[in-house]
Design a binder for this molecule. Structure first.
Ligand SMILES: Nc1ncnc2c1ncn2[C@@H]1O[C@H](COP(=O)(O)OP(=O)(O)OP(=O)(O)O)[C@@H](O)[C@H]1O
Length: 258
């Protein structure tokens, strides 16, 4: 298939939601990403694991335009060359990134945080005085129910548990309608129960979004029940079902056996 969309192009013909080919990024001569190739299909849920320093965050930074690769292709929806776009453009193109630390506004309620994310303005005041349409209210209600916070709408976000803050932030990304959601270590600091609920939430979100999640927690990865990519020294060391990669002696040596 041609990389350039043809007239009458249909999304169901899309081959890759995200495609990295031969990507390298050095910092002071050290290759944090080394000839990395990755292909995420539309609708896929992919887990990325790997030891500290494997290049997971740098890879996410490259996809979202925070870091420019030295060489290599980074494509979204087959034809969009992400290396030619900045961070704001890439967010607008439909790639949402959830950072490890929640950045919800603690003094606003759960509802107000979602409202702010939906209306998408940088001014909190103008967002909060914006009159929502019935469709927008319905959308907020849908997301509240998805993230399990429907009974917490009027609670200030600062009073939520750590896990609930993470879910609210995921909701704030989802409400903006990204096609691809990148999630960085969502289970860090969560209780076992919250970790399992987060895996279930991402699986639910995956029903209509492509999701790439970086995580160290192996119970969480197991619960995702998805294809796993193991990164090591900036490249793919192994890829496949968790049962297969976790039996790979190279993966055991660099990661699981530690
Ligand atoms: N801006 C930078 N300047 C110099 N070195 C960097 C920079 N960013 C990352 N590195 C180095 O690149 C390597 C990969 O780092 P990266 O943070 O991408 O790994 P990671 O897999 O996300 O690790 P972790 O699991 O600890 O978050 C590390 O050795 C890191 O020190």
């Amino acid at each position: 298939m041609s990389a350039v969309p043809k007239p009458g192009y249909h999304p169901e013909e899309m081959q890759s939601m995200l495609y990295l080919n031969g990507v390298t990024k050095s910092f002071d001569g050290f290759k944090a990403i080394n000839n990395l190739s990755l292909d995420i299909a539309p609708g896929e849920l992919r887990a990325i694991i790997g030891p500290n320093g494997a290049g997971k965050s740098t890879m996410m930074d490259i996809i979202t335009g925070k870091t420019r690769p030295d060489v290599g292709e980074v494509r979204f929806r087959d034809s969009i060359d992400l290396t030619r776009h900045d961070e704001a453009d890439i967010a607008n193109l439909g790639i949402g990134r959830k950072f490890q630390k929640p950045t919800v506004i603690e003094s606003l309620t759960v509802w107000e945080n979602l409202e702010l994310a939906l209306v998408g303005t940088r001014s909190v005041l103008s967002a909060l005085f914006h009159k929502l349409t019935p469709a927008q209210r319905e959308r907020i209600d849908e997301v509240l129910s998805l993230i399990g916070l429907a009974s917490r709408t009027s609670l200030e976000a600062g009073n939520l548990s750590h896990g609930q803050k993470q879910w609210l932030e995921i909701g704030m990304l989802i409400i903006q309608g990204p096609e691809l959601l990148l999630v960085d270590e969502p289970a860090a600091g969560m209780t076992d129960q919250e970790t399992m609920e987060t895996a279930a939430l991402l699986k639910e979100i995956n029903r209509d979004h492509t999701v790439v999640v970086v995580e160290h927690d192996m119970d969480f990865i197991k619960a995702l029940d998805s294809k796993v990519t193991v990164l090591h020294e900036g490249s793919v060391l192994a890829e496949g079902r968790l049962e297969v990669v976790s039996a790979d002696p190279r993966v055991i040596e660099v990661y699981l056996g530690r």
